[in-house]
Ligand binder design. Structure first.
Ligand SMILES: [Fe+2]
Ligand SMILES: [Fe+2]
Length: 288
């Protein structure tokens, strides 16, 4: 029997902000280099690649991945975070000046999401061109196990009252429906399924009332629907970011792993070792 372990690295919330921060860029080089030396099979980046929804920051991540030979469909998976799709300062400035119609804002948001999909198309479908985005599924056949990454967008457009910081999340009904379809579920049955989304299922980590008063501004609004979908697709793990904390917790038998934040702790990442359809270990590792 082949028992080759599949090694997956998970990082999140890079919040790249231009090329000026040289330390951040060399930290990224060091980490990607470490992933290659340590022999990782796959890398997951669970959103907030950019700090201000800037394509130039996406380009930095892409170029770093390319220079380390990681910019391939079977090597890396990226999803968008709220900071990739929403520029809060811009939203507020336009809102205050023009009070634009919600429909217009929704259109701008959708355009940004399509831009993300087109920019990272090669990592999404393996094609150089196209604008397919969320949800998407990647099934990779490793000798020991077939792994399915099921990626959803959880970023919710900015609205002044309902999403004042642009940090609340939602999984829209179209994605929930698409992934509940029998044609989708059948091939997943023989895979080790890993769900990916940017937002956290569980937000608060302290008992402070002040923290809890702000929790709703960061929460995944329909997290119970999301959890139900993860059960339907028989996900064993869900990898996320957003709430900049390295943590692992279990809800209804599904383990959620928060990949913390590369921006604040650039040496730390989550390591997943998967040896078979039922067997895995997860640890947070410091790269020296
Ligand atoms: Fe973030
Ligand atoms: Fe975020």
């Amino acid at each position: 029997m082949i028992t080759e372990t599949v090694k997956i690295a998970h990082i999140s919330d890079l919040h790249i902000s231009g090329k000026q921060d040289r330390r951040q860029l060399s930290d990224l080089d060091r980490l990607f280099n470490h992933f290659n030396i340590a022999g990782f099979d796959h890398l997951v980046i669970s959103g907030d690649l950019s700090n201000r929804a800037n394509l130039d920051d996406w380009r930095i991540v892409r170029e770093k991945l390319e220079s380390h030979g990681l910019y391939n469909w079977d090597k890396t998976t990226v999803i968008a975070g709220n900071h990739d799709l929403i520029n809060l300062e811009e939203e507020m400035r336009f809102y205050n000046a023009l009070n634009p119609l919600p429909l217009l804002r929704k259109k701008t948001f959708e355009r940004k999401m399509a831009e993300f999909g087109a920019y990272f198309q090669e990592l999404i479908t393996g094609d150089e061109q196209g604008d397919n985005a969320f949800p998407f599924i990647k099934i990779i056949n490793y000798p020991a196990v077939k792994i399915a990454f099921v990626a959803l967008n959880s970023v919710y457009p900015w609205y002044p009252a309902d999403n004042p910081l642009g940090a609340r999340g939602v999984i829209n009904p179209g994605q929930l429906r698409a992934l509940s379809h029998e044609n989708v579920l059948a091939p997943l049955k023989e895979c080790f399924v890993i769900g990916l989304c940017h937002h956290a299922y569980r937000v608060y980590g302290t008992d402070s009332l002040i923290d809890q008063a702000f929790d709703w501004t960061m929460e995944l609004k329909n997290r119970e629907e999301f959890l139900a979908l993860m059960k339907t697709i028989q996900a064993k793990l869900v990898l996320h970011g957003h709430f900049h904390r390295f943590q692992a917790y279990t809800v209804s038998g599904i383990t959620f792993i928060n990949g913390g934040s590369f921006r604040y702790t650039p040496q730390r990442y989550s390591e997943l070792l998967i040896d078979g359809p039922e067997s895995y270990t997860q640890t947070f590792v410091m790269c020296q």
